[in-house]
Design a protein around this ligand. Sequence first.
Ligand code: AMP
Length: 309
Amino acid sequence: MSKEPNTTDFNQLGLSPKILDNLSSIGYKTPTEIQTKAIPHVMMGRSVIGVAQTGTGKTAAFLLPIIDRLTRVRARARMPRVVILSPTRELSDQIGENFELYSKSTGLTHALLIGGVSAQKQEVSLGKGADVIIATPGRFIDLQERGRLMLHMVDYFVIDEADRMLDMGFIPDIEKINRLLPPKKLTLMFTATMEKGIRKIAQKFLSDPIEITVEPERKTAENVTQFYTRVASRSDKDKALLSYLREQDVNTAIIFCNLKSNIPKLKSYLTKHLKAQNILTLHGDLTQHTRNQRLDEFINKEAQYLICS
Ligand code: AMP
């Protein structure tokens, strides 16, 4: 993930033994570049703006030090101490899954407040008490307006994928949420790009932040050939993929979809048209055990195609 070999160890970052145990049982061996660079600052209470794309390990870069801090400082009551905003339900869901893994056996809880699912259930999970709120901005505001959120104990505010938030018009919502949170809190912002608009937003939300930029590794494996195809519309993408898989002698392929919800559709489309039985899928709704199993099957060539989010 980083350009130079990362020689830092997780146990050099000051994380508690419980978190280190969790990381080792998940199978993380060394921190990624953004983790090495960001975690010590967050542990020391410095606000951070991380310019890092998905895939760099940015989620753990903010979750691990926050979990660490939460476990060290006892809560006076079970009220939210962290608010993490992301632009999409799927991303929030993924952050929630990662939180569960990293905070195992710490007793910390989270509430996932996202649109498209019952707000009632979310109110119940809030009622039980959650240390961390992971939300999309719309649903957060909705529940706040209904008086369901107690926000005066919030110490950490994370704005993930700020550039996408900007594209999707969420910035006024985030400003509103920022005003609802206590002024004295640590704010962390992550973005894939540092375009002009984002810098302005950063100035608005963060005070004296440290800026950390991580370049995604762009090296392509030697046995991979790259090219791209233009299609006239979104609906032509599946057809273009199908004809490519048919025309070229593709032995095995990993196919990435930008949305988890597209995966089953693409799977049935390819199964039907290629008469293939050996198509596997890989996404965040599967347990880690199943994910590992499927990856193994793909690596062992028991399956020809792996469709992933
Ligand atoms: P993210 O950029 O946060 O979306 O993370 C990308 C992927 O990298 C996720 O599947 C994480 O589970 C994984 N990941 C994060 N940190 C590490 C690490 N230190 N070692 C191995 N995998 C990691």
